[in-house]
Design a protein around this ligand. Structure first.
Ligand SMILES: NC(=O)c1ccc[n+]([C@@H]2O[C@H](COP(=O)([O-])OP(=O)(O)OC[C@H]3O[C@@H](n4cnc5c(N)ncnc54)[C@H](O)[C@@H]3O)[C@@H](O)[C@H]2O)c1
Length: 324
């Protein structure tokens, strides 16, 4: 297959490009490098293009026929989305529409889209499955849900087949530490814990120690980035026999508290994690854990990285080596 990985210079997209290349597929990465890194594009050719600029998309599609598109490009900072909603709706919704229109014009009919647990908003239950109501509480989550709706309409109108994968918390890196998570503005817990250990940032802030959880800190579901990439390949296979627009939740199905992550990071690194307690942040649910039962049953997906320390260890190798 010839595949287009939009956002393939980013964290999850670069792991996707690697897996596709390892499976013998041709990879073209489309990215504007706004939050990604040219150094992460090690498998396939980089086309520098902005999804908000249709002529550059047209150039990327011209003269070659893609069998499938994997769409990772987005702005993904929740707090920033509240402060600058237009930017989020532009990149995440209008940018996706531009991409879909380029796909329609060039007759590319299969897409796997990076959605997010944020489409659920404040979950009413601990284990969130696909039947849980979608009620995003910030523009970031709303933008992802809007795209899911657009994909449903695109399936009906244009025969575009798609799978939206709602990741919970992506984590970890490849075993050889060639690529990993590197965000200029990092909001994710595991990289921030490891950066605290390395002294790259001030002491980690733990937002809230009075949640109704066993140790009072928030519980989240961490799914390894390689397991996520694998789910994309299975999702693409699934479309062969299941036309239409589909959505699946992807997580490990097991939650870990912030304190458990800190303890695991300390065990992995052999060092103390500098951290301090801070007040709760508005909008943080106490527990957010995926039920991936549907992805298991229908895609045949099962996370292989189930051990928290192993996930953190893979991230630690990357953070210690991080060349960029
Ligand atoms: N990391 C997570 O835990 C997580 C969880 C749920 C959902 N997601 C979603 O998964 C996707 C990938 O996340 P990530 O952590 O790898 O993010 P990332 O920021 O590392 O990667 C996104 C890539 O998209 C590119 N990009 C952004 N705007 C662009 C534009 N206008 N034109 C072209 N390229 C553009 C960036 O340069 C970057 O390389 C995003 O859609 C994100 O919302 C991530």
């Amino acid at each position: 297959m010839r595949t287009l990985v939009c956002g393939g210079a980013g964290y999850i997209g670069s792991h996707m490009a690697r897996l596709l290349a390892a499976q013998g597929h041709e990879v073209v990465v489309l990215d504007d490098l706004s939050s990604g890194h040219a150094q992460a594009v090690q498998w396939g050719r980089l086309v520098e293009a902005d999804v908000l600029h249709p002529p550059s998309l047209e150039e990327a599609f011209a003269g070659q026929r893609f069998d499938a598109v994997f769409h990772f490009c987005a702005r993904s900072l929740v707090a920033e989305s509240v402060a600058r909603p237009y930017d989020y709706y532009a990149t995440n919704v209008v940018g996706t529409l531009n991409l879909l229109e380029a796909m329609r014009r060039h007759e590319v009919r299969r897409l796997v889209f990076s959605s997010s647990a944020s489409v659920f908003g404040q979950p009413a239950t601990g284990m969130v499955d696909e039947d849980h109501p979608t009620q995003p509480i910030n523009p970031y989550g709303a933008s992802k849900l809007m795209v899911e709706r657009i994909l449903a309409d695109a399936a009906t109108a244009y025969g575009l087949d798609s799978v939206a994968l709602r990741y919970f918390n992506a984590a970890g890196a490849t075993a050889d530490a060639r690529i990993g998570e590197s965000h200029a503005c990092e909001t994710h817990l595991i990289p921030n814990v490891l950066r605290s250990v390395l002294g790259d940032r001030l002491a980690l802030k733990v937002f809230g120690g009075d949640y109704p959880t066993p140790d009072g800190t928030c519980i989240r579901d961490y799914v390894h980035v390689e397991d996520l990439a694998q789910a994309h390949l299975l999702a693409l296979d699934y479309l062969g026999a299941h036309p239409g627009a589909h959505a699946f939740n992807l997580g490990n199905g097991r939650g870990f508290s912030v304190r458990e992550v800190i303890a695991a990071a300390s065990a992995v690194t052999g060092r103390a994690v500098p951290w301090e307690m801070a007040p709760r942040r508005a909008g943080d649910p106490a527990v957010l854990v995926a039920s991936s039962r549907r992805a298991k049953a229908e895609l045949g997906w099962s996370p292989t990285w189930t051990d928290l320390e192993a996930i953190i260890e893979s991230a630690w190798r990357w953070h210690r080596a991080q060349p960029w």
